[in-house]
Design a protein around this ligand. Sequence first.
Ligand code: HEC
Length: 175
Amino acid sequence: MDSMFLNRLGAAFLLSGVCVWVCYATSSAVVPHTAPAKPAFSLPALDNKPIAPFMAHADAQRGDALVHQVCTNCHAVNDGASDGVGPNLSGVVGRPIAGLSGYSYSQALKAQHGHIWSDQALSDWLTAPARFAPGTRMSLVGLPDAAQRADIIAYLRTLGESDVPAPPASPGVTP
Ligand code: HEC
């Protein structure tokens, strides 16, 4: 190895070091380090909408179809059927959250045990399960459409024995 080669090698290293520094300095000057005041996008699913106005127009038959499309992969809906990946949903409306003694709920859902599955609680849960109970094992991203959630809840009300009074009669207006 002659000294000319070593000189070139040294120069190459020096030059690349300078390049890296120039790039870093330029990019730091152009792109500010501060986080934006407002997030670039927001998830519409994260608003807890009051579900009552949607319940007035809810259709249990549409809910039936949706539940069999989206939920029954993991949930049984027939009275007395054994739990699937998730707990049996028969009679879930008005039941305490994490209320089946035979099902092994996550700590996240057990922590909510003091509450009841009301229409609103179900709606909030189905909007974004992971936000309602961070750490839940129900791996459903969520249903952003309030009308769909209302249909599903209307169907869930028809399952098993529910102590909850029926929702107000629909005035017959389609949403
Ligand atoms: C990928 C499987 C999966 C799908 C799909 C799914 N769930 Fe679940 N669900 C679960 C699991 C698992 C739990 C238990 C969660 C826990 O313990 O954290 C659960 C819990 C629940 C509970 C709480 C019940 C109780 O006894 O407290 C309700 C209500 C529920 N799911 C409704 C639904 C509805 C309605 C749908 C369809 C829109 C749905 N789930 C879709 C897996 C699923």
